[in-house]
Design a protein around this ligand. Structure first.
Ligand SMILES: CC(=O)SCCNC(=O)CCNC(=O)[C@H](O)C(C)(C)COP(=O)(O)OP(=O)(O)OC[C@H]1O[C@@H](n2cnc3c(N)ncnc32)[C@H](O)[C@@H]1OP(=O)(O)O
Ligand SMILES: O=C([O-])CC(=O)C(=O)O
Length: 461
């Protein structure tokens, strides 16, 4: 595969960008003057209420006399506490991701018969269409598996005999199919990346229809195809913890927005994958790992609070890290004292870190979690509580499971597909209105200028 040459000259780019910057400034007070709800947030930081949902409930604070009171985070799926769901599965020593998919998409926990039939259907649906891997993945491999997942999702439209119908039955059928196929797509896309970009060997294992999603992922990714039950159960729990997070998170809201226009399932889900890739959303799990790689290189003593604190100050001041000023894995739009998923992953990570020789790295992550709120308050002058989010520990767990970095965010998508599909079903059946907020127009009316009367500078006056 060859990379396209770039025909856009640097001088042209400079001129176009300068013109853009000169014509697109907004005075900072404009947002308060017009009470603009930036990021669809109210003035107190809470999300603007735009719908009602039976799905995930993300509980991170209590409103008391109009003030946000911080609390430990709680996450429920259709009313079930996610901790109880995982605890129940652990007691029964079962894989559970498929069952959670059933719960979210269909509304109830399945009986034994219902689950068996659902799992059997997922097993049959795992196979990709004939030559799909060759035509859609290997012919145009990508360095980024999220981009490949989005384009492969869009491509699946062509292989569906009834892609556009928006009945519950049809969307449900598409949801089961995507849920089954995502692990295979990301694994094959990863193998193609290894072959074409990393100059490494490619292993195209065949999915096993009788195995769970977590088992299939480990089987498809590992060169030997081998794994043990503990590893697969841990991955299954990670998938469950990532399955759903209410309608307001960026990717689920993307599903809501696109579905409200009446578009097809493949278009809506490809858009959600694209949203999740962003480093402020699901892509943070990859940034967290890069952030810690840099920290380990640049911090002499990982246990020294002063040295680690100073490094965090540098990140916030854009002098270290990726230059965004963000400490990845920290902060959340809703959670205040804790993100329950981070708490669960941290608990699972500790024994694994001790077993795999990563205790020092785990100590460093915990130290960053402990020091960030204080450093943030000091630099930003904000006393807003700040906790580790799900992305802080997920990549670390995947790393200890021997999973490659390029799959961290795709694994998030492979889990969240069930939440996205449930939101699509809910939007299509209960939304009832095209989502269409407003933007304050700020451009003044200008008379048309004939092309011969325009000047070559950035402004026509
Ligand atoms: C699956 C998930 O999507 S979980 C989130 C994964 N993302 C990350 O880990 C990236 C780092 N974290 C962040 O960028 C933010 O905390 C977000 C995007 C998760 C939430 O952002 P918001 O809802 O705007 O959070 P909040 O209202 O508390 O932010 C207040 C301010 O603190 C800043 N802030 C919040 N968290 C961080 C952080 N970790 N590092 C630096 N600054 C931060 C925000 O950018 C915002 O700045 P602004 O007022 O200049 O816009
Ligand atoms: O809720 C959010 O804004 C982001 C998040 O944690 C998720 O989607 O899992």
């Amino acid at each position: 595969m060859t990379i396209q040459p770039d025909y856009v000259k640097e001088e042209l780019l400079h001129e176009l960008s300068e013109s853009f910057c000169m014509h697109n400034q907004l005075p900072p007070d404009l947002f308060t003057r017009y009470r603009i709800k930036r990021g669809l947030r109210n003035a107190d930081g809470t999300g603007v209420l735009v719908g009602a949902s039976h799905l995930g409930n993300v509980h991170g604070y209590i409103l008391n006399e109009g003030e946000r009171e911080p609390i430990e985070g709680r996450l429920t799926y259709r009313g079930y506490n996610v901790y109880d769901l995982i605890h129940g599965l652990e007691q029964e020593n079962r894989f559970g991701f498929e069952e959670i998919g059933y719960l979210l998409m269909c509304g109830k926990l399945p009986s034994r018969r219902q689950l068996a039939e659902f799992q059997h259907t997922i097993g049959l649906e795992r196979a990709l269409p004939d030559n799909f891997t060759e035509d859609m993945i290997m012919r145009a491999p990508s360095r980024d598996i999220m981009n490949k997942l989005a384009s492969a999702t869009l491509a699946l439209y062509s292989y569906d005999a009834n892609p556009d119908e928006t009945t519950v039955e049809n969307i449900m059928r598409q949801g089961i199919s995507l849920m089954a196929k995502f692990p295979v797509i990301i694994s094959h896309a990863y193998q193609a990346k290894r072959r074409y970009f990393d100059n490494d060997s490619m292993f195209l294992h065949v999915p096993d229809p009788n195995r769970s999603t977590a088992e299939n992922i480990l089987h498809l990714i590992r060169p030997t195809g081998e794994f043990n039950d503990d590893e697969a159960k841990l991955l299954d729990r990670c998938l469950i913890l990532h399955a759903e997070h209410g309608g307001g998170n960026n990717s689920s809201f993307t599903v809501r927005v696109t579905s409200s226009s009446g578009t097809d399932t493949y278009s809506a889900i490809a858009a959600a994958v694209s949203s999740l890739k962003g480093p402020r959303h699901g892509g943070a799990n990859l940034r967290v790992v890069k952030q810690f790689e840099e920290m380990k290189e640049n911090i002499h003593n990982w246990k020294d609070e002063t040295e680690v604190g100073n490094y965090l100050r540098k990140i916030l001041n854009k002098e270290a890290g990726d230059g965004s000023g963000l400490i990845y894995g920290m902060g959340h739009a809703i959670y205040t004292l804790s993100d329950p998923r981070a708490v669960a992953l941290k608990k699972a990570a500790r024994p694994l870190a001790e077993k795999t020789g990563y205790s020092d790295e785990m100590d460093l992550i915990e130290l960053v979690e402990k020091l960030t709120p204080g450093v943030f308050a000091e630099i930003k002058g904000s006393d807003k509580p700040m906790c580790a989010n799900v992305d802080m520990y997920s990549g670390f767990v995947y790393k200890m499971l021997g999973l490659p970095k390029s799959l961290y965010t795709p694994l998030f998508a492979t889990a969240r597909i069930v939440g996205w599909m449930a939101h699509r079903l809910e939007e299509v059946t209960t939304g009832g209105k095209i989502i269409r907020p407003a933007y304050k127009p700020v451009a003044k009316n200008i008379e048309y200028v004939n092309i011969d009367e325009r000047n070559d500078g950035p402004i026509n006056d």
